[in-house]
Design a protein around this ligand. Structure first.
Ligand code: TA6
Length: 299
């Protein structure tokens, strides 16, 4: 069911702080201008698109060629991958089905941490076709000096289910060749570029070609050290045992119609996940919380 922009604004707008606009027909966007940060969040997919603390450059990356369309995810920001991360079963959508579906707005408000938004989605006949489980999924976003995103999976059925999930966060960087990711030293990973071969990280992750790795059994905070923009982005997390690091580089970028030429140079994904063997079993009436906390500091 599509809810009109007028009724979303009537129910959930906060004067001078939060309003709903339409990026395209059937694509409502929440625009936040808080005391400490501005942000944009698409209701479809509960996808955070932008977050910019006051006095900082934008922290998230979003493609200049991004497409805003009902039923399609936006290239950039923070797609929610759920109830599976990655390819999934043959014929089913990559990264699950909630990133392209309409969510409900449940609550908006302000607290000491910033402006918050609660979005939710539950099972219906269409989701049951793809994944036959009863669930309620909620994303709570707080946009302030820090960006927090908490994805809460509740099993509303009477049998346990197994998920993988991700806050597939695209970050903006000044120059990928001068960017490092710290925090994954000595961590084992699966390297998708070489058929998911197993390796171990030594030192910082640096970038000189296509990079697509699932770091396993890690709860560590990652630091994106961006020498070109002279800043560090901190990605702390809980409820997450995997971290994915991705940059498509030159050839793979060409395969994305919604990426402009050369944009791989100014982005990277550091994703808060439970992926590959790091699965989560959720018992009936139990919930799982996947939390990412993003903050920025100077070098
Ligand atoms: O998280 C990394 C990854 O799974 C890559 O393998 C790459 O394909 C990327 O996500 C984007 O996936 P998407 O389905 O959004 O095109």
């Amino acid at each position: 069911m599509t809810v009109s922009i007028e009724s979303l604004n009537q129910q959930f707008a906060i004067p001078n702080v939060l309003r709903f606009v339409e990026a395209a027909a059937g694509v409502p966007i929440i625009e936040i201008t808080g005391e400490n940060a501005s942000a944009r969040i698409a209701v479809q997919g509960a996808q955070v698109l932008e977050w910019q603390p006051v006095g900082q450059q934008p922290v998230l990356w979003i493609s200049r060629a991004a497409v805003y369309q009902a039923g399609k995810g936006v290239r950039g920001g923070v797609p929610v991958c759920w109830p599976w991360f990655g390819a999934g079963e043959a014929g089913k959508p990559a990264h699950g089905f909630v990133r392209t579906r309409m969510w409900q707005v449940r609550e908006t408000g302000q607290n000491a941490q910033g402006v918050y938004v609660k979005l939710g989605i539950g099972d219906d006949a269409e989701t049951r076709e793809l994944w036959n489980h009863a669930f309620d999924l909620e994303l709570i976003v707080v946009a302030g000096e820090m960006l927090t995103m908490e994805l809460v999976t509740l099993n509303t059925g009477d049998t346990p289910f197994v998920i993988t999930d991700a806050l597939h966060t695209y970050f903006r960087t000044g120059d990928i060749t001068k960017t490092e990711v710290l925090g994954l030293d000595n961590t084992p990973y699966l390297d998708k570029v070489v058929g998911f071969g197993e390796s171990i990280q030594h030192g910082a992750v640096s970038f000189s070609g296509e990079t697509d790795r699932v770091y396993l059994n890690t709860q560590a905070e990652c630091v994106i050290d961006d020498a070109a923009l002279n800043r560090k982005i901190y990605v702390a997390k809980s409820g997450s045992d995997s971290t994915v690091v991705w940059n498509p580089w030159i050839e793979k970028e060409k395969g994305f119609a919604d990426m402009a030429v050369g944009e791989y140079q100014e982005m990277l994904c550091v994703e808060t996940c439970n992926a590959a063997s790091d699965t989560i079993t959720v018992a009936p009436a139990q919930s799982h919380h996947l939390l990412a906390k993003v903050s920025v500091g100077s070098n």
